[in-house]
Design a binder for this molecule. Structure first.
Ligand SMILES: *Cc1c(COP(=O)(O)O)cnc(C)c1O
Length: 420
């Protein structure tokens, strides 16, 4: 007889899958993978070691995996027009740690976004930047534009000559001003990197912005947010000095990794192939859906940020729900209605309010992958109104969500495993 826990684990996996099939997952950092990506994750590559480079491994048995890694890398070279690609980082945070360990020393200054303004914990002194003992200066921020304040940032770069300037965010509505600060960064000898964790799929699909073209040398990122791959990280670079690149590689291996996750490298490659074949259409539809959802939510009486700027240029919409019960109540009640989102601090919230912030962060990556378009966003916005404004019984709304979701069960913008 198997131990009881095995049954509990299996049963809850199945329940989770059933719930996910019948709900609207609108967590901005999540997505749904194609059957081909899932198949690669479940492959026998998951129990293999491959330290070293293709053709020069420390372990035998990599004959086939070498081809997998080379071809996966080559698709990323193509998507990002990169001069160096590294798919070994096992998460976005792991990629950022490698960046910090490779290219900074303790005591160096890092310029990054404050968490209240949408920055990620790995950019802070209580996260990865702190473990590298970096002196973090946060970007001056324009709360009205929900973006970095260019003039004050240029001043701060000249004042503090940071070793590393790290753009990118977790709450991310509009492209960051990279080209605007390139001259000041050059003057002060600062390296520019871009954390594309959230927007990697938009960048690969040629929407949003082109960080390497605008003057960043390095993009770090997660491969599972708007990029429709497995959980994981990656780094791509262009125009880096050889010495810096060698240090970055050292940061990755053996700095913050021994073995990388080979099944995830394969799955990243398959997702990259999907982006080469379908990425432009997918990314464009994601942006259209986010804008359509924001307008529809406003029409229903809710308050998305940045109406004066067209609400958003990314996959995200940010709602101010302070007048509708607050972030905690709204997120929990939506969950009871099978609409999965997350509460979020808004820039003007005091940090003590983290448990019950004013904001709700919404993403449309998964709904877009399931084939929803602008008109469907109106239906989704009406469901939000029923829960948040009309205060309808969430279990009744959950039934409506489930019935709507029944029409959207297949992942688009991909090939079936058997067709590749
Ligand atoms: C999500 C996120 C990360 C971390 O990614 P993981 O893959 O979860 O480690 C890093 N940076 C930003 C800006 C993010 O939003």
């Amino acid at each position: 007889m198997p131990v009881d826990e095995l049954h509990v684990i299996k049963d809850n996996i199945l329940k989770h899958e059933e719930w996910r099939r019948s709900s609207l997952n609108m967590i901005a950092s999540e997505n749904i993978t194609s059957s081909a990506v899932s198949r690669a994750v479940a492959s026998a590559l998951s129990h293999k070691y491959a330290e070293g480079w293709p053709g020069a491994r420390f372990y035998q048995g990599c004959t086939y995996f070498d081809e997998v890694e080379l071809n996966s890398n080559s698709l990323f070279y193509r998507l990002f027009d990169a001069q160096y690609v590294d798919l070994r980082p096992i998460s976005g945070t792991n990629a950022n740690l490698a960046l910090f360990f490779g290219l900074t020393k303790p005591g160096d200054t890092l310029m990054a976004l404050h968490t209240s303004h949408g920055g990620h914990i790995s950019h802070t002194t209580f996260g990865s930047a702190g473990i590298r003992e970096l002196d973090v200066k946060t970007f001056p921020f324009d709360e009205d534009a929900m973006n970095i304040d260019v003039d004050r940032t240029i001043e701060l770069i000249r004042e503090t000559s940071p070793r590393l300037i790290l753009f990118g965010a977790s709450l991310f509505l509009f492209p960051h001003p990279i080209s605007e600060v390139v001259d000041a960064a050059k003057e002060m000898g600062s390296l520019i990197a871009y954390d594309g964790a959230h927007v990697l799929g938009l960048i690969a699909g040629k929407q949003f912005q082109d960080p390497l073209g605008e003057g960043a040398l390095i993009i770090t990122g997660s491969t599972h947010k708007t990029f429709p791959g497995p959980q994981g990280g990656m780094i791509v670079t262009r125009n880096m000095e050889n010495e810096d690149l060698a240090r970055l590689q050292w940061g990755i291996f053996p700095g913050v990794l021994s073995n990388h996750h080979l099944h995830h490298v394969a799955a990243k490659g398959i997702a990259a192939g999907e982006m080469v074949d379908f990425g432009k259409d997918y990314a464009l539809q994601m942006c259209k859906n986010a804008k359509a959802l924001a307008s529809a939510l406003a029409e229903e009486g809710l308050s998305p940020l940045c109406e004066h700027l067209g609400y958003t240029e990314s996959h995200q919409v940010v709602l101010d729900v302070s007048k509708h019960g607050g972030g905690k109540w709204v997120a929990e009640t939506l969950e009871a209605a099978n609409i999965i989102t997350n509460k979020n601090l808004l820039p003007w919230d005091p940090i003590e309010q983290s448990e019950d912030p004013s904001g709700l962060r919404i993403g449309v990556s998964e709904l877009t992958r399931l084939g929803m378009v602008e008109d469907d966003m109106k239906d989704v916005a009406a469901l939000y109104r029923k829960v948040i404004i009309d205060k309808e019984d969430p279990s009744m709304v959950a039934a409506e969500v489930t019935s709507m979701r029944a029409d959207f069960q297949d992942v688009r913008f991909c090939h079936e495993w058997d067709a590749i």
